[in-house]
Structure formats: C-alpha cells, structure tokens
Write a protein that binds this ligand. Sequence first.
Ligand code: AMP
Length: 308
Amino acid sequence: MSKLLIVGTVAFDAIETPFGKTDKILGGAATYIGLSATNFNVPSAIVSVVGNDFPKENIDMLAKRDINVSGLEIVKDGKTFFWSGRYHNDMNSRDTLETQLNVLENFSPVVPEAFKNAPVIMLGNLHPLVQLSVIEQMETRPKLIVLDTMNFWMDIALEDLKKTIAKVDVITINDEEARQLSGEYSLVKAARIIEKMGPKYVVIKKGEHGALLFHEDQMFFAPALPLEEVFDPTGAGDTFAGGFTGFLASTEDYSFKNMKKAIIHGSNLASFCVEKFGTERMEQLSKEEINNRLKMFKKLTQFEIDLA
Ligand code: AMP
C-alpha cells in the first residue's frame, strides 16, 4: 500500500477579501494538502508543529479523516504560526500583511516511523531546511519528492531553498515566484532554468488561469474551472498540491502521462477550496461533488479538431 507524507505549516490565518474578513481561522499549507489528499485512497501523515493555543478540535478533525497526526508536535507555551493576507479585487494577487513564525522558528521535524518508507513526500510551504530535514530522515529515497514554496522563503532563505530544491523531483510554484526564482519573465524560460536547479518536473500555478506542467521538451496546460463566485483563494495552491500528490501516490504511477491526470485532479479540488473562507468547503466535500466537477472539467477541455 502506498503512503503520502506531508510537511507544511498548520496555522492560524486571518484573511481579507473583497467579500469579507475573518478572525484567526484554521489554515496552513499542510492542513489544506491533507484535506485535499484524503480524497484519494492513500494513507497520509502530517509532520508539522503548533502551539498550545491550537484547538484540539482542529487536530481531531484531521485525525477523523484518517490523517496520521503523530508527527504534529504541540509545543507547550508556544504560539501557533500565524499568517494574515489581503486579496486585491481581482482575487488573483494578494499582499501578506503579517507572518508570525512563532513555534516554526525552532521546529525540528520528526517523521513518524511508519512513514519513513513513504514512496511520496509532499514538502509543503515552510522553512526549506525543515523540508530538507524530512528528506534526510527517510529510510529509502522516496519515488517522488514534490516541493512547494513561496516568495517569503526566497526572500529570507534562498541558499537553503536552492539546496533543498536540488533534491526534489517536482516543484510546484506560482507564476510570480517562478519569475523571482529564475530571474526570467517568460514562464517557459523560467521552467527551463528551474529544471536545471534539480526538479525534473516544474508545475507553475497561475491561479484562476490554470496550471502548466513542464518536463524536458514536453508541456501540458490545465485551465482552472471558471467559477461564478470565488470567496477566498487561500489554500488553493496547497489544495492543488494535495490533489496532485494524493492522486499520484494512490496510483503509484509517476510518469508525465499520469502527472497530467494529477494536475486535473489538483485543479478540480482547488476549485472547491476557493468557494468558501478557509478550510470550510474542503471539510464538507463529497465524492459525488468531486466526480461531477471532474466531468465538467473534461467537457471544458475536450474538443475535436480536423487536421488538414
Ligand atoms: P496558498 O494560498 O495555497 O498559497 O497557501 C496559503 C496557506 O499558506 C495559508 O493557510 C498560510 O497559513 C500558509 N502560509 C502563508 N505564508 C506562509 C509561509 N511563509 N510559510 C508557510 N506557510 C505559509
């Protein structure tokens, strides 16, 4: 049986969008990845850290979905990672208002014994040295290591990030971050440069404009499902990553061909995430809703064309 090991923040977020504002609510890269990946038939575990201000109900909610939380450390007298952001009117761009690392500052991750042989690791957004430490704790080299990161870490830990990127198979990154990391405006050129840093596959997320997959001279594009209403894009990238890796781990096929399907599953799940604030929508999702929307995706992207 395959396994998926997930690393990333488990957090409090405060979000402002043109539709409203939240106080501290449940968020974090690993939370979204885990909630998304549980939609596939694969055991998963989260490695992360929270403070003692973190409600037990949130941990129970993850555990109830069969996510192994034995690697989620609770620091007594510590405060949980906090992020706040404000979205612009187009909802495609946002400003980070505040990032409080808190317990993340001195975090040494411990991979649960039962997951040291996991064939797939999803290194969600957090300090690149924490991501690296997780890779180093694995007993056998995983079949697929996927890394997600953001501009915050490029700004404060670029050399550590490059060291970690060199060890992964796939990087998922948004368009602006791909430009920042590569120094190239063209996403095609940016992907080529990033491939030279280590990952054989580069996924560039373009928010409501979909996602691109690059591998050597091959390229694949999947649109985002056009939605009538987007309430809160927070976590869409992580939900995408959870769907991408959850599908790949469950199928145990890490080929370019199967990655195309994984991108569709990731995009499909991300389309739900943005419909409500925070994790709310992902906590309520049914198999039937997922399948119906996959059918819409298929219809949206399939066409016949006669070639002369
Ligand atoms: P996304 O919208 O998919 O890019 O991810 C949003 C999530 O990332 C939020 O729930 C935040 O808690 C988390 N986050 C924000 N900044 C950071 C950071 N510097 N490191 C790790 N996680 C972060």
